[in-house]
Design a protein around this ligand. Structure first.
Ligand SMILES: NC(=O)c1ccc[n+]([C@@H]2O[C@H](COP(=O)([O-])OP(=O)(O)OC[C@H]3O[C@@H](n4cnc5c(N)ncnc54)[C@H](O)[C@@H]3O)[C@@H](O)[C@H]2O)c1
Length: 324
């Protein structure tokens, strides 16, 4: 369970793209704690300088400000790298519907540049962030790899395209790629601000400020909310996976199912506030329910998540209380 006892060859170098963001900065932190070297490549488009400043004094940490849309930047960043953890992308389903061209350039071409650079520089493993959005309108629960529906947004298309490109790089060029389909990740350093913020940090911040959060739809939608520690474990274990597991994508979740109204109620209780939410319209491109079958990652990556939603949300609330 967990990743505390994972080990890599001494002096291993990890490249984390999107390392100034929520998930990427947590990956950087975990790798540094395990005693390995990290290079963070980020253009700070949605990431934060503060997530770089946290580690900048560590001699095992290096920050490169750059854009994965530029192949030359990717090539330089992959120099001497053992493992790539490609997290750089723009998230948010609604924003992708407003900006389809940008999502294609950033999320598809960016990852394709990274695959090409990793291949040319002889990187050992290429692990990348995909998303549960690739299941589209597939109604059957739990979501299982190989049973995907029609895609519902340009963001979902971008993640699905990344998976297809990664498969080509495994098939034709022998690059070991592993796609991780994250399901609604939450935890420390997730940005609570802005129109496209994820629901958990946004609600916590508003409630702490005594404001009324808006729930899109009736609040009866459910998600497999996944604590950040489980995502770190999946990334590190994928770096150690065998060739037979390459060229594929894996669900990364806890395997639970939480309803938005219940989460809201739980947050108000934990924060000791009595604030009613506002109910707004459904959001375009959203699905009603999502939860994951994680047996494939368990079997082929040895993924064994030990952070339940309840355990994770307590830790997240504690962090936001101290850091907002
Ligand atoms: N948070 C979730 O619940 C979730 C769910 C599914 C998938 N994902 C995926 O996980 C990854 C990380 O997401 P996150 O929640 O940490 O988002 P985030 O916005 O906090 O982090 C993304 C980082 O990538 C950087 N970036 C974006 N485009 C870039 C580019 N062209 N060049 C260099 N850097 C660039 C941003 O500046 C940011 O620091 C993304 O690929 C996202 O699509 C996240």
């Amino acid at each position: 369970m967990g990743y505390q006892n994972i080990s890599f060859p001494k002096g291993s170098l990890f490249l984390v793209t999107g390392g100034a963001g929520f998930i990427g900065s947590n990956l950087c932190e975990a790798i540094l704690k395990l005693g390995y070297r990290v290079r963070c490549l980020d253009d700070l488009s949605t990431g934060k300088q503060a997530n770089v400043d946290l580690f900048i004094d560590d001699p095992n940490y290096e920050f490169v400000k750059g854009d994965i849309k530029d192949l030359e930047t990717c090539m330089k960043a992959c120099e001497g790298v053992d493992y790539v953890l490609n997290q750089a992308a723009w998230g948010s389903v609604p924003r992708s519907i407003e900006m389809p061209l940008f999502y294609c350039a950033n999320n598809i071409m960016g990852t394709l540049n990274m695959l090409e650079a990793a291949r040319q520089k002889g990187v050992k493993k290429f692990v990348y962030a995909s998303s549960s959005s690739v299941y589209g309108d597939e109604p059957v629960l739990p979501k299982k790899e190989g049973r995907e529906g029609n895609l519902l947004s340009p963001y979902a298309v971008s993640k699905r395209a990344d998976e297809e490109w990664a498969k080509q790089y495994t098939r034709h060029y022998g690059l070991d790629t592993y796609g991780l389909r994250y399901f609604n990740v939450f935890g420390r350093r997730q940005d609570p601000n802005g129109a496209y913020a994820a629901v958990i940090p946004k609600f916590i911040k508003l409630l702490l400020n005594g404001e009324r959060p808006t729930i899109n739809g009736d609040g009866k939608q459910s998600r497999d909310f996944t604590y950040i520690e489980n995502v770190i474990e999946a990334n590190l274990k994928a770096c150690l996976a065998g060739k037979e597991a390459a060229g594929q994508a894996y669900n990364v979740a806890f395997g639970g199912r939480e309803y938005l109204n219940d989460i809201y109620k739980g947050l108000t209780e934990a924060l000791g506030v009595d604030i009613e939410p506002v109910y707004g319209p459904d959001r375009a491109g959203d699905i009603k329910h999502s939860n994951a079958d994680i047996s494939k990652a368990r079997e082929l990556l040895g993924y064994d998540p030990d952070w339940s939603f309840d355990r994770g949300i307590k830790a997240a609330i504690e962090w936001y209380r101290n850091n907002l």
